[in-house]
Write a protein that binds this ligand. Structure first.
Ligand code: ZN
Length: 205
């Protein structure tokens, strides 16, 4: 009777001990899982895990050794709106910064995927080029640069853009074939050392 009772108590106590163990461990595991899930969603700040085409293009352009983005302004001013800054911002999924000096309006804009696609296509076709500005720097007051649809180039295949120098005319023609509707270069006022390639303004701007 006594030993039988002991065995019975052991039988009952053993599963209870297991339950108590799990009742301590399970909330810990659940807490950890919740922390991981909450941490992940906070890290992405609600942004989609699917990258936009402009993000993907910017990431690919930054990794392309044929396309160089200036990490300075031709004016010598310093801010976070150089061509390189604009590409990095776009690759990170945030708007591209504009400059705040001269006629530049400050604030931010989004880079045009069609323009980024043209940059990539030109590199894929074999051009090596140096971009001096996109949304940043000071340009004319209603410049398309401020809308993220224009970029400037001062060197193509190692040759500086000058009146009579190689490559820039065909580079302009290629951009026009890919949708650029405003192209300027040597011979146009203010463009003796660079070419300007611009795509249409976004609707209403
Ligand atoms: Zn320009």
């Amino acid at each position: 009777m006594t030993s039988g009772g002991f065995v019975k108590r052991r039988e009952i106590r053993y599963p209870n001990a297991m339950n108590r163990k799990w009742s301590l461990i399970l909330p810990l595991i659940m807490g950890l899982l919740i922390a991981v899930v909450v941490g992940c969603s906070a890290g992405s700040k609600g942004r989609s895990f699917i990258k936009s085409s402009r993000e993907r293009l910017a990431i690919s352009l930054l990794a392309n050794p044929r396309v160089e983005f200036a990490n300075y302004h031709v004016s010598g001013k310093r801010d976070n709106a150089t061509a390189l800054d604009n590409l990095k911002q776009t690759a990170a999924g945030v708007p591209a910064a504009r400059s705040s000096y001269g006629r530049a309006p400050g604030g931010f804009t989004q880079l045009d995927p069609q323009m980024l696609r043209a940059m990539k296509k030109l590199a894929d076709e074999g051009y090596r080029f140096h971009i001096t500005s996109i949304a940043g720097s000071s340009h004319s007051s209603r410049s398309r640069h401020y809308l993220g649809v224009a970029f400037d180039v001062n060197k193509i295949n190692g040759v500086r853009v000058r009146r009579g120098s190689a490559y820039w005319r065909e580079f302009i023609r290629k951009c026009e074939a890919m949708g650029a509707t405003e192209t300027l270069g040597p011979g146009d006022p203010g463009h003796s050392t660079h070419i300007h390639l611009a795509w249409p303004r976004p609707p209403g701007q």
